[in-house]
Design a protein around this ligand. Sequence first.
Ligand code: ZN
Ligand code: CU
Length: 475
Amino acid sequence: MTMLLRGGTVIDGTGAPRRTADVRVDGERIVAIDADLPTAGAAVIDASGCIVAPGFIDVHTHDDRIVLAQPQMLPKISQGVTTVVVGNCGISLAPLRRAHVPPPLNLLGGSDGYIYATMREYAEAVGRAMPAVNVAALVGHSTLRVATMDDPYRVATASEQAAMVTLLREGLATGAIGMSSGVFYDTGAAADVDELAMLAAVVGAAGGVYTTHIRDEFDKVIDSLDEAFATARRGAVSVVISHHKCAGPANWGRTRQTLAHIDAARAQQPIGLDCYPYIAGSTVLRTDLVDGVIDVVVTWSEPHPEMSARHLADIAAKWGCTQQEACLRLQPGGACYFQMREDDVQRVLAYPPTMIGSDGLPHDQHPHPRLWGTFPRVLGHYSRDLGLFPLETAVRKMTGSSARQFRLADRGELRPGAYADITVFDPVSVQDAATFEQPSVAARGIRCVLVNGVVAYRDGCAESTRAGRFLSSQT
Ligand code: ZN
Ligand code: CU
């Protein structure tokens, strides 16, 4: 099918200045971008007054299971996202077949979804589900450990490490674009740099990328960054620091120091980073993240589902106990932690190499608003309203930079020959609508979204045709 997006302003994802041009799509690819292209034989989409941009790439997601369970992917397609990178923070749904998994693996919608023994089986399931968005997969280090060790809370033996390598190789051969680790979490924390570097080298040899939720985003953030850099250097692989932050009041303001540190290291080795545009983080309920000072809002609780959306301080007051005690009683569960400060968030967002990743948690009962709001919030609130950077930069941080870093060929840029993953949005009205109180609300201003040349979302509604696919770094 031939389509013509007519009369829009093209921002191509490279950071180049905008220009007025039509975009012609034939089948799954862009075939021409120029002023006043002929309309003959094409279905015309009126883009006048709108920005025509590459579809957004959400480089940090936990969408492994939701792309199968709810393939219409409304939280993402409604933001203009056309590709999600799944398997972050050491947690991937594959390769692992297990009836019951420990936290934080239960982040992916409970502990019973792990039914794919290999990445091949998972990729085939994505193919069958045909989600609205493309899926690029990372192999999770914690998933590898849980799959190969009877006890993931200790150092792996040589034979367990060999078993991890076998599973990792299978994942990469299937098209996984790299490996993630989450040494912050118990299931990954027992791994030392030797284990991580050995696995990172397998990823490097396959041309993949290594992403990491570092060991400590609080007082020891610099040491933890250094561990990630050392791992990647020894593995000869490029590294992405996930959701970079300086967490906890004692560390507020320290992104000046961490960004300077990252900048210096970037002169020695390839390093990327991502972040989401909010001062609250979100993960499973953990007492070490509850300090009695910062605000904590419960996003889900298995024993107390009635407490989701409530503040931990209020729950503790109601129960007549400490916040730590309330946290324990609510487990297993999740929460939003207001652990960052606005100037740090803005500094990380504005740092030129930073990419945008939502880190949304789609299975949470009362999710962090980043799930539905991340990309329009960067475009509307941070770029347009606060003027933190031009729109061309905002778009590059969610398209061109991301595709290059994660080696997604022919995506993330608008040019003839590229896949027709395209988002048309109104620069005046684009805005996140999801809040901490009302988190599951579609953003405003996203007019039309194409995935592989097929209209997936238009004027507030998902289309019934879905055209997303399992991507590998080659396709
Ligand atoms: Zn993480
Ligand atoms: Cu994450």
